[in-house]
Design a protein around this ligand. Structure first.
Ligand code: UGA
Length: 467
């Protein structure tokens, strides 16, 4: 059992602390006294409301309660830790560069208060080289004669599945150029995970792995999104192509769902950050620049499908959005594509009815869109807003509740448009909806409804492919 301190009680820090506390003594430090008190009340069964929404997290915190100390005192946080994990925000600036201000502040605090040898690992997503910067700040600022090794331990958990991702990770990546420290980190993780999931490496490789993983996943999605546009144009079905390539184990079936674009606090930020970093290093990563462009273009493509159905005149129209979080089961609206679509519709005169399975997502939407307060209505029931004033239903995220809608409840719509931003309705449902006079629009599978113009394609081939 090791003594660990985690800096930052956010989306990464709290689940990581709850997980580490299965086998280690964990102190969670955050300067925000309110956050600390919120977690304490939850752990002590005095409240069920955490500031982050994460499945099974409250139960895990309570289960491991004995091993968790919560504090907003730096002295307590830095009293004899063997390992320190930095899990603070690195919000992007206007150029897309990660702001290292908070990471560096933690480094200064460590230097100021640490009185024992320690390994410091950075979990925040940062440009490669940051661990060296942190090492520099700590080494220059230490008040006591102690040995500090700094490395990197990036996080790969996804929001909404954090507890499960931490329990059964594909791999634990960590890097440190000090081989003695690297062995100690390996030892630390063997208490928590299977040894074959451990992936030790050098500091820089570990830091770059984080950006590379997110950029690769985002690129898979953008690749499928660009194929989706081609599918809609020629009459192929992107879902079928996805199935066809995903079964090739060299490609893999995950993260191939075409959609109105990826969102969230990670992919948009990290793709921009690595692209910008590579430009600054004078090794531009044009593939990631394309990934970003395609993502933005796909959202335009999806929005334009809606706008074109109303000849660009959305004044006095009413739309329903099912799922406002950037993905299912989260209250996080950062870079959420459904939010972007909602705002564009509201800017053009539409009224939006928003439903999400996570009440916190609705609260956040309300708080973050005060400018539009008379342009939207929030709903806690999935069907209550259907009426003969509704012009379209937009599926915003991939929650199961939206996969198999209660058709009878949709029929009252004035204009029967369904815009499937995540391609989640299956062909059977789409055909049924079409029979009921609904018009189905998607990202790459419009052919289920529109069929395909074989003659046009034959003429195209005759014209362009027969010299
Ligand atoms: C992502 C990564 O999946 C995590 O491994 C990583 O640790 C995390 O970023 C991070 O850097 O902290 P997250 O942003 O929580 O996790 O969400 P994802 O499940 O990856 O989804 C991101 C976006 O891609 C969502 O908008 C989702 O709807 C979209 N998506 C995902 C697609 O459009 N198609 C897919 O096939 C998969």
């Amino acid at each position: 059992m090791s003594r660990v301190t985690i800096f930052g009680a956010g989306y990464v820090g709290v689940p990581t602390a709850a997980h580490f506390a299965r086998t280690h003594k964990v102190t969670v430090y955050d300067p925000d006294a309110e956050k600390i008190s919120t977690i304490r009340q939850v752990i002590e069964n005095r409240s069920d409301e955490l500031h982050i929404h994460e499945k099974d997290l409250i139960e895990l915190l309570r289960e491991n309660n004995e091993n968790i100390l919560l504090t907003n005192s730096l002295e307590k946080a830095l009293k004899n830790p063997e390992f320190i994990f930095i899990a603070v925000g690195t919000p992007p600036n206007e150029k897309g560069r990660a702001n290292l201000k908070y990471v560096c502040e933690v480094a200064e605090q460590i230097a100021e208060h640490l009185t024992n040898d320690c390994i410091v690992l950075n979990k925040s997503t940062v440009p490669p080289g940051t661990a060296y910067l942190v090492q520099d700040i700590i080494s220059n600022g230490l008040k006591k004669d102690v040995k500090v090794a700094v490395g990197s331990c990036p996080e790969f958990l996804a929001e909404g599945t954090a507890v499960e991702d931490l329990r059964t990770p594909d791999r634990i990546v960590y890097g440190c150029d000090d081989s003695e420290a690297l062995d100690k980190i390996t030892h630390f993780f063997t208490y928590l995970q299977r040894r074959d999931s451990l992936c030790p490496m050098t500091t820089l490789s570990s830091e770059l792995t984080k950006y590379a993983a997110n950029a690769m996943l985002a690129t898979k999605i953008s690749f499928m999104n660009s194929l989706a546009l081609l599918c809609d144009t020629i009459g192929a079905n992107v879902r079928e192509v996805q199935e066809g390539i995903g079964r090739d184990q060299r490609i893999g079936s995950k993260f191939l769902n075409a959609s109105m674009g990826y969102g969230g606090s990670c992919f948009p930020k990290d793709t921009l950050a690595i692209a910008e970093y590579a430009v600054l290093q004078e090794v531009p990563l044009s593939i990631i620049e394309s990934t970003i462009k395609i993502n933005n273009h796909t959202t335009d493509y999806f929005y334009n499908k809606i706008a074109e159905d109303f000849q660009g005149n959305l004044e006095n129209t009413n739309f329903i959005i099912w799922g406002i979080g950037f993905k299912a089961r989260t209250d996080d609206l950062r870079e959420s594509k459904p939010v972007e679509i909602a705002r564009r519709l509201m800017d053009n005169g539409a009224h939006i009815h928003v439903y999400d399975t996570v009440p916190g997502a609705l609260n956040n939407f309300k708080q973050e869109n005060t400018k539009y307060s008379d342009r939207f209505t929030l709903h806690h029931d999935q069907y209550e807003m259907f009426s003969n004033e509704i012009d379209g239903l937009i599926i915003g995220n991939e929650h199961e509740k939206f996969r198999n809608p209660d058709m009878a409840k949709l029929t009252s719509m004035r204009h029967k448009y369904i815009y499937d931003g995540k391609n989640i309705l299956n062909n059977y449902i789409i055909r049924y909806l079409t029979k009921e006079q609904f018009q189905y629009k998607s990202v790459g599978k419009d052919s289920v409804v529109n069929g395909r113009d074989k003659t046009k394609l034959v003429n195209f081939l005759r014209d362009k492919y027969m010299d």
